[in-house]
Design a protein around this ligand. Structure first.
Ligand code: SF4
Length: 370
């Protein structure tokens, strides 16, 4: 397949691994901050190709995984209300709240619908003027422009029965929270190519300078990731701490300026709670005051709700690079994709789901072994 196969060429991957072996002289720990990259690393066994000195840990890069429990609880309450049509991307439907998920609300008669774009939810609102239509607006900087456009369009065309339940998060403040933790062992980052395609990478430069860490904007295919690791290790070995762009075929330093302007028009920077990690200052997006009428938390009176995270799930430690999924006592036993305890096992981009799917620690004999 053109534009895919050339980034999955085994001979080129082996050549990168050899080049890495020649350049590395001591142990380094790198973190990727993108669920898509985590998935590719585990699926293609990229971490097993690397020299033993290089360790990859998986950061808070899965948007479903970092959405806090209290937002899930708010979604469940709103979705259960009569005359509400609750719209969401499909991957949020199985994220567990305290006692239910959106799929069980739907099974119980709630009008929960999967949409492929927030603009579809605006169209549903236009077609159902007697009902309230809510879109679950979660994600990183990548999904913010489309969600901003939906709110802008609803305001512009007078669709007043539309609102958004917002839980947007921003990558650089999370990286800073990880770096400023005394427990952090991260020495270099692979930054998410799609986030940088929207936001550019100038905002990562102060982080690289302040914490003396190399940050390499990296794509999602195996060779992208291997090259990103190589560039990061090369900087570390040379004592450099710069922002470099491996994903130059899609990312410019300034990013997508019209998309950024739209996001700034609709959203403002707010403190945001990250599931398993806690509140990080200035790490999220909330609606600008002039768009408050589209805020579902205010419209449905759920803004003050709070919910504590379950203690058994250690996904917060995973997303800070302090543990790996198979180090969780519940992994593969009490927590599986069919019966997830935490969001990192639910989402297809979650580290626990990736480890379970591609290198499962078996707990029961397989059929052929019985
Ligand atoms: S295996 Fe399950 S309980 Fe353990 S960290 Fe992952 S999602 Fe949480």
């Amino acid at each position: 397949m053109k534009f895919v196969d050339e980034y999955r060429d085994p001979a080129a991957a082996a050549a990168y691994a050899d080049a890495l072996r020649r350049v590395v002289t001591r142990p380094w720990t790198l973190m990727e901050v993108c669920g898509g990259q985590t998935h590719a690393i585990v699926k293609f066994g990229i971490d097993e190709l690397l020299p033993p000195e290089v360790t990859l840990v998986h950061g808070p890069g899965c948007p479903v995984c970092v959405t806090p429990l209290e937002i899930i609880e708010k979604a469940l309450e709103i979705a259960s209300m009569p005359d509400v049509i609750f719209c969401s991307f499909g991957d949020m439907l199985r994220v567990p709240g305290r006692t239910a998920d959106l799929l069980s609300v739907k099974a119980g008669g709630g009008d929960v619908r999967i949409v492929y774009s927030p603009i579809d939810a605006v169209a549903i609102a236009r077609d159902n003027p007697g009902r309230e239509v809510v879109f679950f607006a979660v994600g990183f900087e990548t999904t913010a422009p489309a969600n901003a456009l939906a709110v802008f369009q609803a305001a512009d065309t007078g669709v007043r029965n539309f609102s958004v339940l917002v839980s947007h998060v921003l990558v650089p403040p999370a990286m800073e929270a990880i770096l400023s933790s005394p427990a952090s062992r991260v020495q270099g980052f692979l930054a998410a190519g799609h986030v940088c395609a929207v936001m550019g990478y100038a905002e990562y430069e102060p982080l690289a300078r302040k914490y003396r860490v190399p940050i390499v904007v990296t794509g999602f295919e195996p060779l992208d990731i291997l090259q990103g690791v190589y560039m990061c290790v090369q900087q570390l070995e040379e004592g450099r701490a710069e922002v470099e762009n491996q994903y130059a075929r899609a990312v410019r330093r300034a990013g997508n300026v019209p998309a950024q302007n739209l996001v700034r028009d609709v959203f403002q920077i707010v403190p945001r709670k990250w599931r398993g990690i806690g509140e990080i200052p200035e790490s999220g997006l909330g609606l600008q005051d002039r768009y408050r009428e589209f805020d579902a938390e205010l419209r449905f009176g759920v803004a003050a709700h709070r919910a504590d995270e379950p203690t058994e799930c250690i996904s917060g430690l995973l997303m800070q690079g302090l543990k790996k999924p198979h180090e969780c006592p519940a992994f593969g036993t009490r927590c599986t994709p069919e019966r997830p305890l935490g969001a990192t096992m639910v989402s297809s981009e979650g580290a626990c789901a990736a480890y379970y799917r591609y290198r499962r620690v078996r707990t029961q004999p397989q059929p052929a072994e019985r």
